[in-house]
Design a protein around this ligand. Structure first.
Ligand code: NAD
Ligand code: ZN
Length: 370
């Protein structure tokens, strides 16, 4: 893997999140942000919130939402697919009384991605699957606000919203500057309730974004700068005594944000395509699937492999094993197909002849180690 051609790769037409608020308790700004938008722009507010928060009213004052504003609870048992994104968009578009001005996503990567995808579809005709790819959206989305309640995916700062195509099985986002939030709120207090394993699985996604970007062929000065700082924060957090203490939760908020900026200006590597295979074929969620893939990454990312397992031990978290034991040949074939389809990150990791390295036999061998 080349580490030395980072000056050659230009970053074209990317942008950053419009505005951000950061800090303990900063969620209290949501009411005033929404009230200000209501004064400035006509139209309804559509909120997507992780179902986990159904019985907690810590986000909004009672009278902030008007009669026509809508609150959708998102079930994260399954990660987003094109069916759910189309379903939410159609519910809004088919209601003639609605003319939404603002979309809000409150939750993890799943909920934030659904809010981004729906806000894109409210101004771009067609279905979610029409826009899976790079720069396919024609029109700016509805103004959107992102509020992570768990940190690591970087969805709050990336230019994508990931979903699985329910027909082809392709796990791919709407990569576009229109997928970037206009406003985000990064409040570390929101992550206090996250279970430890989940906190690690999602948090370490940032570590993995950065090591993939830093070991790739498409390195450049901007993504390197974001990645190096995000990686440093991840190392501080996961080598410390308690990854969830107050300081570390604040660091995690910033690491996730910077890691998202890094991948918005670069590409991922080998871990994410393999992880996408596990998600598509075995239904494993993104964070835990990445961690499972790390079981097989000694050969490709030796230094980071060793550090990853040191961090797992340090935080005493659980990473499932043996998930690919007893699979059928058809399942291995599907795993191969849903991995090898990710040309951009695989080229970034292994060069344009990546298929010569990742033969069917080799990919099966890799999955068997998990
Ligand atoms: P998630 O959104 O699926 O949430 C994981 C779990 O944590 C859920 O059970 C949820 O209910 C729970 N949870 C969230 N906040 C909580 C809180 N404060 N307290 C208690 N429980 C809480 O998981 P994720 O790892 O954040 O997101 C994964 C998704 O993000 C995948 O679909 C993945 O493909 C996508 N992703 C997107 C990007 C991007 O750039 N858009 C990048 C990486 C991953
Ligand atoms: Zn990821």
């Amino acid at each position: 893997m080349s580490k030395n051609n980072f000056i050659k790769n230009p970053v074209n037409y990317t942008r950053n999140v419009g505005n951000y608020i950061f800090g303990s308790g900063s969620i209290s700004n949501l009411d005033s942000i929404l009230n200000k938008r209501k004064k400035e722009v006509d139209g309804e507010i559509i909120i997507f919130i992780d179902k986990y928060f159904k019985n907690e009213n810590k986000f909004l004052k009672k009278n902030t939402l008007g009669k026509k504003d809508i609150l959708f609870y998102v079930d994260t048992e399954k990660e987003p697919d094109t069916v759910i994104v189309n379903k939410f968009s159609n519910l809004i578009l088919e209601n003639q009384n609605l003319n939404p001005s603002t979309v809000v996503g409150i939750g993890g990567g799943s909920t934030m991605d659904i809010s981004k995808a729906v806000s894109n579809l409210l101004t771009n005709p067609g279905k979610a699957e029409d826009y899976q790819g790079w720069d396919l959206l024609k029109n700016p989305s509805i103004y959107k606000i992102g509020i992570p309640t768990i940190f690591g995916t970087g969805s709050e700062s990336t230019r994508t919203c990931v979903m699985t195509n329910s027909i082809t099985g392709l796990k791919l986002g709407m990569n576009s500057n229109y997928s970037i939030f206009d406003q985000i709120i990064l409040d570390p207090d929101l992550t206090m309730s996250v279970p430890r394993n989940q906190y690690f699985w999602t948090g370490v996604d940032t570590y993995i974004h950065c090591i993939e970007s830093l070991n790739g062929n498409y390195r450049n000065v901007i993504s390197d700068s974001y990645s190096l700082q995000a990686l440093k924060l991840c190392k501080d957090i996961f080598h410390s005594d308690d990854m969830m203490d107050h300081v570390n939760r604040s660091k995690m908020a910033v690491a996730s944000y910077l890691g998202g900026c890094a991948i918005a200006s670069s590409f991922l590597g080998l871990i994410h395509p393999l992880s996408a295979g596990l998600s598509v074929v075995l239904g494993l969620h993104h964070g835990v699937a990445n961690c499972i893939v790390m079981r097989a990454m000694k050969e490709f990312y030796n230094e980071e492999y060793l550090e990853f397992w040191e961090m797992v031990n340090r935080q005493s978290v659980h990473i499932p094993s043996g998930v690919c034991n007893l699979l059928t040949e058809d399942q291995y074939e599907s795993l191969y197909n849903s991995t090898i389809i990710h040309e951009k990150p695989l080229t970034n990791a292994l060069g344009s002849s990546f298929k010569e390295i990742l033969t069917k036999k080799k990919v099966k061998e890799i999955f068997k180690k998990m």
